[in-house]
Ligand binder design. Structure first.
Ligand code: FDA
Length: 303
């Protein structure tokens, strides 16, 4: 129901106006403005954590809107450099115009990767619903051929992902592996939690083995599932790599104590900070991941 609601435009216009929802969202978002994200990144850095910024939104319907999003990300790169933060950016290609014009989406990404490279920074590409998987991978391939500082998110729940990993290895990619957040049919995706977890470990091990053999530049476990991080860190050691070959990314505000504990254990950890006004669909996907969060949101109704 939550994933259905995340796609419903009628609800999308009304729910964000509810005060109790706005209060609940603050748990996962330092604020709607870039300065809120920059301040949060600075506070995280003081505790040894890096960060990744994502400006919320997706599926823009005209190219002028996509241009405004890209311009905003250029500004982010400059401000991050100015404040000397350890902050990368993570973007959605439908936010860059993928639904309208594939080549424009590519040029938007390309310009950003070039700017980031000049500043010694990196750009990550989020993976959206399965309708976009093929185009997203294809644009990543085009971009990676020109820039080393572009990374791609892959979803462990998709049955195609082991083949996609094989396909990408010749590019020496940086990969962020996540479980997957969309409501995909069983024909193309594992749906049982146990199967998704097993696929995550298998794919992580496949990527670490490729890293040992020099075919993967960076491997990120994008998960709050610390048990899986530990299993992959053990797999890394078994392959003769250091445990910290597994970089960890979690969402801002989720399991912050675990984030700090992993830093203390020597892992490179980044918190993904989402900000901006378009938080509705994104927030509902976070609720769907953990229905207990719905109770938290409802509790905000209380005085
Ligand atoms: P799982 O859902 O099994 O949770 C493990 C434990 O973590 C839970 O038991 C719970 O305690 C805690 N937890 C997890 N989610 C929580 C929440 N929302 N609130 C509170 N506690 C929670 N997906 C996608 O399809 N495309 C993408 O590009 C990305 N990008 C991305 C980047 C990063 C850095 C992260 C961390 C995640 C993504 N995701 C994503 C989302 C991902 O696919 C997945 O839906 C979530 O990470 C939840 O799954 P976990 O791996 O955390 O495991």
């Amino acid at each position: 129901m939550l994933l259905w609601a995340a796609r419903n435009p009628w609800l999308g216009q009304r729910v964000p106006r509810l005060r109790f929802v706005r209060r609940a969202v603050r748990r996962f978002m330092p604020g709607e403005r870039l300065t809120d994200a920059l301040d949060a990144a600075e506070a995280l850095r003081a505790r040894g954590l890096g960060s990744v910024f994502t400006f919320l939104g997706e599926n823009v319907t005209d190219l002028a809107a996509a241009r405004r999003v890209v311009d905003h990300y250029h500004e982010v790169l400059d401000q991050v450099a100015e404040r000397r933060l350890e902050t990368e950016i993570s973007v959605k290609l439908t936010h860059f115009g993928l639904d309208i014009d594939l080549d424009v989406a590519f040029e938007n990404l390309d310009g950003l990767a070039e700017h980031a490279a000049r500043l010694g920074n990196s750009v990550w590409i989020d993976m959206e619903g399965s309708a976009y998987t093929e185009d997203t991978i294809a644009l990543f391939e085009r971009s990676r051929a020109r820039h080393e500082n572009v990374g791609l998110c892959l979803q462990a729940y998709l049955r195609r992902t082991p083949t996609d990993v094989e396909r990408l290895l010749s590019l020496h990619p940086a990969i962020r592996l996540v479980k997957g957040a969309y409501d995909e049919p069983a024909a193309i995706a594992h749906r049982a939690r146990r199967d998704v977890d097993a696929a995550f470990v298998d794919l992580g091990t496949q990527l670490l083995r490729a890293m040992r053999d020099g075919h993967v530049a960076r491997f990120i476990a994008g998960t709050h599932d610390v048990a899986l991080v530990k299993r992959l860190a053990a797999a890394a050691e078994g392959l003769g790599l250091e445990r910290r070959a597994v970089e960890v990314q979690m969402l801002y505000g989720i399991r912050p104590a675990e984030q700090r504990r992993l830093v203390a254990e020597g892992f490179d950890v980044r918190a993904l900070i989402a900000y901006g006004e378009a938080w509705y669909s994104w927030y509902l996907r976070r609720l769907a991941e953990r229905p207990a969060n719905v109770l938290f949101a409802l509790r905000q109704l209380l005085p």
